[in-house]
Design a protein around this ligand. Structure first.
Ligand code: ATP
Length: 297
């Protein structure tokens, strides 16, 4: 398991009246990852991001941004893009960003720097209303970069863009990641998550189906369903295995995956040697694609 996490989400729940949008979601976001939250429309991605950004209140569970003394510091340090900000159509990029910096109380914002960063320097004197959709989206990203954040949160960053615009945004996300920033992004596109993300959490109707590194999930490594009379001991024992990739609790089972090739026999033996007797052990051979296709059916 990754110890170096920037965000821990623990059993988050959210109801809108009778609709259960989140039914107890738990995962950790490793530092420096591009963490994709993948799921079809309505699976709860936006709700989840809204809660960790303190725009929405949860009905249960908790979350923690690690490495910030106060929740307020975390919020200030996170660049978030939940929806395109309301830029002024008749103002240019520089003036729009000046207003954002003022609202966010950012001292000495590097407006030219962030415009350069999103390749808008040449058009910085043009009015917002003359921008293409892709440029508008890049200006929105520039506004999220004004505070030079270590963590950036995007909700469907390429929605509505043409192929060229999509490629630009994906490259930008990769560059921001290569600078050491952690990116958390929601997407309903498997292809996007495969191309851009290092980690993925797959959601369906408010439930987390699978979670782990994209590399491992794509390598077709199976997951295992495990159960023991003493679930806490089982969890502790699995956590001592250095090749543990992900561990999720679902319907009274632990769903685990490993970064190594491992057999059911080896898992059974490992648990037994740690004084844990399994009462259930089942291999699920799902690839990310298979899982996702099943979920959008
Ligand atoms: P999309 O990509 O379509 O936004 P999503 O995965 O982000 O989907 P959410 O927008 O979080 O999903 O919605 C999760 C569920 O909660 C859906 O069933 C949605 O209809 C419902 N929902 C979201 N916001 C509200 C709201 N303000 N009032 C009532 N129901 C809501």
């Amino acid at each position: 398991m990754e110890n170096n996490k920037v965000l821990g989400v623990n059993g988050l729940k959210k109801n809108y009246g009778a609709i259960q949008a989140l039914k107890g979601i738990s995962f950790d976001v490793p530092k420096g990852s591009v963490y994709g939250i993948l799921g079809p429309n309505g699976s709860g991605k936006t709700t989840l991001l809204g809660i960790v950004l303190d725009v929405l209140k949860s009905n249960g569970g908790s979350f923690e941004w690690i490495g910030y003394a106060q929740a307020q510091d975390a919020r200030k340090q996170i660049g978030a893009l939940l929806e395109t900000p309301n830029f002024y159509h008749y103002l240019n990029a520089i003036d729009n960003l000046k207003i954002v910096a003022e609202i966010k109380q950012i001292k000495n914002p590097d407006i030219n720097g962030v415009l350069e960063r999103v390749s808008l320097a040449e058009r910085k004197h043009s009015k917002f209303q003359t921008y293409s959709l892709g440029m508008k989206q890049r200006l929105a990203i520039a506004s999220a970069l004004l505070s030079n954040p270590d963590i950036i949160v995007f909700d469907e960053p390429t929605n509505g863009l043409d192929p060229e615009g999509i490629a630009e945004i994906r490259n930008l996300i990769k560059e921001l990641s290569s600078e050491g920033r952690t990116i958390i992004m929601a997407s309903h596109l498997l292809d996007e998550v495969e191309k851009v993300c290092t980690h993925v959490a797959i959601m369906k109707k408010g439930v987390l189906l699978r979670e782990g590194s994209v590399h491992t999930i794509l390598k077709d490594e199976p997951t295992y369903e495990l159960k023991a009379d003493n679930m806490a001991a089982l969890k502790d024992c699995l956590n001592t295995r250095s090749t543990l990739n992900s561990i999720i609790e679902e319907d009274g089972l632990l769903i685990v995956s490993f970064t190594e090739k491992v057999t059911a026999t080896a898992i059974n033996k490992f648990c037994f040697e740690h004084n844990v007797i399994l009462t259930h052990l089942k291999e699920n051979n799902y690839s990310l694609e298979k899982t996702f296709l099943e979920l959008i059916k």
